[in-house]
Design a protein around this ligand. Structure first.
Ligand code: NAD
Ligand code: MG
Length: 390
């Protein structure tokens, strides 16, 4: 039996991971469950799955969670210290990092430092702190197995391959809900942007998919996972989300990975790694699909992809600044305080306020840059017009 600490258990990835645990026939068990503020949902999960530890990040949830779990024998903890404890829990074999946003940086780093096998969904942690986290994992003898569908695909395609045979990799992007929309994007609403055509996900990653920032973050994530320079990480828009990634070999062959657009597939691959287990969910029928399309990303309409590559090229803490500014921008867009097109514009403005960096920042430096960029983004937001009503 493999015991899994699930950080972000009440989210979209967390719920899918619990489905994978339930479907495992006892091969997987929950060692710890951790969530942000929804103590009710966390308590229900804990009563069902009986982890050793349940952690609520929001301190206000600690009392109610303790009352809910009284007499169950499940330990309760809260706050950042609680998250760090769950991430390094000695009884956990695998840590699923599935908190959303920069709140996942410290727990992911903690799990890496503890030498855990990290099943990584929280791409923001590698974007902001890829150097520190991969170095910590290497030093402690741990491993990082991607959960993000594109990276899971590439990870599987690269397994056992001589790096000298690889020319580059290709990440696919759905293109989001505005791929075929005519006209300006400044008037689109949160409701429009939250309607993703092929994936069902949490709000933040859904908005990131609509701006293509998600793919920008994923290019940086791929760099840290696979050690390739950014020039060898290509992006292609593929609206059907059936091909998740491809590896181009030096002889001209392109190996692609296909699966239904269901996160339970890459989650199961990461949690059971290296085994493949039967899953009770959908299969791919190529003849029924009929056709798959591929097109280049439009970086004028969706400048976030280019911004992410630029931030990476600036080095140092610039990717952490990009990530933090994007989180504030997405939050402001969802609160109708910023237009959709204001998201990349705000990120660019904040990036411009910070000097280019050098070297790989340590975890403290990353967290300081994250905090400074959030403050700068909130301030810069004042100079942006609220979105037009239409
Ligand atoms: P979500 O919003 O559905 O869930 C987020 C989870 O994080 C919840 O359990 C929430 O309680 C927890 N959380 C939020 N703030 C927290 C805090 N401050 N401290 C502790 N916990 C906190 O998000 P999601 O869609 O499941 O995405 C999670 C991560 O996985 C993101 O990094 C996302 O980019 C990545 N990812 C998601 C998908 C997907 O299909 N949803 C696909 C690929 C990658
Ligand atoms: Mg992805």
């Amino acid at each position: 039996m493999r015991r899994v600490a699930i950080l972000g258990s009440t989210g979209s990835i967390g719920e899918s991971a619990l489905a994978v645990v339930r479907a495992s026939g006892g091969a997987l068990a929950a060692a710890a469950l951790a969530a942000g503020s929804n103590w009710r949902a966390l308590a229900a999960q804990a009563r069902e799955l009986r982890p050793l530890l349940a952690v609520i990040a929001d301190p206000a949830g600690e009392g109610p969670l303790r009352r809910e779990l009284a007499g169950t024998g499940i330990e309760v903890d809260a706050g950042t210290d609680g998250l760090r404890r769950a991430a390094a829990l000695p009884e956990a074999d695998v840590v699923l990092s599935a908190i959303v946003g920069a709140a996942g940086i410290l727990p992911t780093w903690e799990a890496a430092r503890a030498g855990k096998t990290v099943a990584l969904a929280n791409k923001e942690s590698l974007v902001a702190a890829g150097g520190a986290i991969t170095a910590a994992a290497r030093a402690a003898g741990g491993a990082i197995h991607p959960v993000d569908s594109e990276h899971s695909a590439i990870f599987q395609l690269l397994a056992g391959r001589d790096p000298g045979e690889v020319r580059g990799i290709v990440l696919t992007a759905s293109g989001g809900p505005f791929l075929r929309r005519d006209g300006a994007l400044d008037g689109v609403t949160p409701e429009d942007a939250l309607r993703h055509p092929s994936w069902s996900m949490g709000a933040k990653v859904t908005i990131d998919s609509a701006t293509l920032m998600n793919k920008g973050l994923e290019v940086i994530e791929a760099h840290w996972l696979f050690g390739l320079p950014l020039e060898r990480i290509a992006v292609v828009v593929h609206p059907q989300s059936i091909v998740h990634g491809a590896v181009e070999l030096v002889d001209g062959a392109l190996l692609a990975h296909l699966s239904p657009p269901d996160m339970r597939v890459p989650i199961a691959a990461a949690l059971h790694h290296p085994a493949r287990v039967a899953l009770p969910w959908g299969r791919l029928d190529l003849a029924a699909l009929g056709r798959l399309e591929f097109l280049p990303p439009d970086e004028d309409r969706f400048p976030a992809l280019r911004l992410a590559r630029e931030a990476f090229a600036r080095g140092g803490t610039a990717p952490a600044v990009l990530n933090a500014a994007n989180e504030i921008a997405v939050e402001a867009f969802l609160a109708r305080r910023l237009a959709f097109t204001g998201i990349p514009a705000l990120v660019a403005a904040v990036l411009g306020r910070f000097p280019a960096g050098s070297g790989q920042p340590g975890i403290e430096e990353v967290l300081a840059a994250d905090a400074a960029a959030r403050a700068a983004a909130r301030e810069a937001l004042q100079e942006f017009e609220p979105p037009r009503r239409n």
